[in-house]
Design a protein around this ligand. Structure first.
Ligand code: PLP
Length: 425
């Protein structure tokens, strides 16, 4: 049969970067390539033994309480999420961070990916005779957003300033002149830490973006998938901003080691929270309640915050240090590479300013050698089609969340392949 697809259907089902990345990840971690591939690709969290033990023990607790277990399994939650869980979340943010929130500001979604699909299409897109843009203050930005717009050309991405640091480092800074020049806004959005670069926008940069958002009467959406207060994979002194109605904060349970729970939390103005909840009902009826059942008591007694501070953050910080050491050792001082300041998340973002092929071709070559990474070009979107900026073909994202052995072996092969490439031109 020859199927005909709608424009929106075709756009949402096209094989974009995130589809390829998740296919690769599934294949490497649980499919035919299991055990063979060195998975330096997707953003899967590490299985940290002390953390996984907490989730297992909580599951046992749920199972040993027959009534509670049955209720979790047999009942749909309302579309905003479980009322008791939403109370716990609001109470935690009120007491620990002084936020002025109630359960009405909290909506649960089926993961952060889904939350952003809902938020972007709620706030951005065609409105009367204009298209409201989602402004991304620094591109490269999370690959998972790039195909989420129901409306074409949803994003207005802004190229950053590049600050060179030492012989082999660099850091992206917000170019506020570019950011201020974008018109017709529906929202401003960013991930903090930023996936892919590991950049953590400073408190000052966030405050400036927040001030711009207020002036334009749109919310600032902050994606805290890797950030504060959980899983807390931030290696700088950055703080959690104080919430107010101009801010939409999204937190996910995934990077705590629970991606299968498909659970995220949106903290927003009551109207936005209610609209996201209504979208939950339309798109998926209700949320997965198991994630909330696992996490609820551990948020209530703050164990999740303690684990994030004392176990998860030090784990990823140590992994980042190791990955940086291996990169320095494998590439040596004379090779042309620069690594973005590793300030958070699970990634190194490496720039090869003299790369003789595109990062996409490099990805293909490395896949042949059983090493997966993510080519950088996917993270540059919302930009003019004719933009000529070689930097976007010269970067790759490497995950350091898998085993040390995988990280070391994968980086060694990447360095070897790149040396061969450079020697052959
Ligand atoms: N935001 C960022 C920056 C991410 O990296 C991810 C996943 O990798 C997500 C959101 C979505 O995660 P989830 O839907 O599992 O919460």
């Amino acid at each position: 049969m020859q199927f005909q697809f709608s424009q929106i259907g075709a756009s949402l089902s096209r094989r974009g970067g995130i589809v390829e990345l998740m296919d690769d990840l599934g294949e490497a971690l649980s499919g035919a390539g299991q055990g063979e591939m060195r998975m330096l690709g997707g953003g899967n969290p590490a299985a940290i033994p002390a953390v996984q033990a907490v989730w297992r023990s909580r599951l046992q607790e749920i199972m040993s309480d027959a009534d509670y277990c049955d209720r979790v399994l047999v009942q749909y939650d309302g579309p905003a999420g479980n009322p008791a869980f939403r109370e716990i979340v609001a109470d935690c943010f009120r007491r620990e961070f002084g936020w002025n929130v109630t359960a009405r500001n909290i909506t649960v979604t089926a993961g952060g990916q889904m939350a952003f699909f809902q938020l972007f299409n709620l706030l951005g897109g065609v409105s009367g005779n204009i298209t409201r843009k989602v402004l991304l203050p620094i591109v490269p930005e999370y690959i998972g957003y790039s195909d989420q717009g129901v409306c074409p050309e949803l994003y207005a991405g802004c190229l950053p300033e590049i600050e060179l640091q030492g012989d082999h480092g660099f850091k992206y800074r917000v170019d506020f002149q570019r950011v201020e020049a974008v018109e017709s806004l529906g929202a401003i959005a960013l991930s903090r830490p930023t996936n892919p670069s590991g950049n953590v926008l400073t408190d000052g940069e966030v405050a400036r973006l927040r001030e711009l958002a207020r002036r334009r009467n749109v919310p600032l959406l902050l994606d805290n998938a890797y950030g504060l207060p959980f899983p807390g994979a931030i290696f700088t002194a950055a703080k959690l901003p104080t919430w107010d109605e101009d801010l939409v904060m999204v937190f996910s349970l995934s990077k705590l080691g629970l991606p299968g729970a498909r659970t995220a939390i949106v903290v927003a103005h009551e109207e936005i929270a209610a609209r996201v909840a209504a979208m939950n009902a339309v798109i998926g009826l209700a949320n997965n309640n198991m994630g909330q059942a696992i996490a609820g008591p551990l948020l209530k007694n703050r164990e999740i915050l303690r684990l994030s501070r004392e176990v998860i953050q030090p784990f990823y910080r140590q992994r980042a240090t190791l990955a940086l050491e291996v990169v320095a050792q494998e590439f040596g001082d004379d090779f042309p590479y620069r690594v973005h300041a590793a300030e958070g998340a699970f990634f190194l973002w490496i720039w090869f300013p003299e790369l003789p092929i595109s990062s996409r071709e490099l990805y293909e070559r490395l896949k042949q050698r059983n090493v997966l990474l993510v080519p950088g070009e996917y993270f540059f979107y919302g930009l003019p089609n004719d933009l000529d900026w070689p930097h976007r073909q010269q970067c790759v994202r490497i995950t350091f969340s898998q085993s040390e052995q995988t990280v070391v072996a994968g980086l060694r092969i990447i360095a070897e392949e790149l040396r061969q490439l450079h020697d052959s031109v």
